[in-house]
Ligand binder design. Sequence first.
Ligand SMILES: CC(C)(COP(=O)(O)OP(=O)(O)OC[C@H]1O[C@@H](n2cnc3c(N)ncnc32)[C@H](O)[C@@H]1OP(=O)(O)O)[C@@H](O)C(=O)NCCC(=O)NCCS
Length: 197
Amino acid sequence: MLPSRVAPRSADAEVAGALDAVIRRATARDLPWLVDLGARAFAALGDYSDILPAWLAQDNVSAWVADHDGERRGFTVVGIFVGDTIAPEGPPVDENVADLLALAVEPAWQSRGLGRRLLGHAVGMASASARTARLRELRLCVADDNFIGQRLYRTSGFERVVGDFGAYPGGQRAVRMVFPLAPAPMPAPALAGATTR
Ligand SMILES: CC(C)(COP(=O)(O)OP(=O)(O)OC[C@H]1O[C@@H](n2cnc3c(N)ncnc32)[C@H](O)[C@@H]1OP(=O)(O)O)[C@@H](O)C(=O)NCCC(=O)NCCS
């Protein structure tokens, strides 16, 4: 995946020079910063200084960093997991889901469009690999009291899922939101007498 340039969102932000950033794959050298920002950003939810390294140790989890002027400004963490769709009758459907596990922007660099662009990058990557990775959706959980996050996701095309998705260690209820991706093609049924042309 090529790095994507972060385009200016408003005249004010452009004047501030805040949005000339590149989104790139995180490396091992980014991990101390990433865990530090995550621990600060999600402190009210629980101890992410343990949770983030555990996620990032998994082969199916990747992290992406927004760089500006050689400085790290924000990140996403995305995992690919086996889907949990169960067909009404028959075996589980062979589909996977992409899970946006974390999104955070350094407090001093928030409200300049970086969060939306990082989210757009995650959506773009999931969409691009939906068919080959058999991804049904990009999903996430956000705290019920995080109205800025919920608004960002809603205005980026995510829909809230009705249901009980548990609670964070900090006590907030988890709100599940999903961005539907192209459905994975199902194997064609063998039809007696079917012809092709
Ligand atoms: C949520 C977060 C990633 C947004 O990053 P950001 O760079 O500030 O977001 P953007 O500048 O791209 O703004 C995206 C949207 O967030 C909302 N928003 C951003 N700053 C806001 C503020 N100060 N007040 C109210 N809404 C705000 C707006 O809806 C905005 O969209 P709009 O300006 O087009 O209406 C950032 O606030 C953050 O890191 N928060 C802590 C961690 C977190 O809550 N992560 C998400 C849940 S996992």
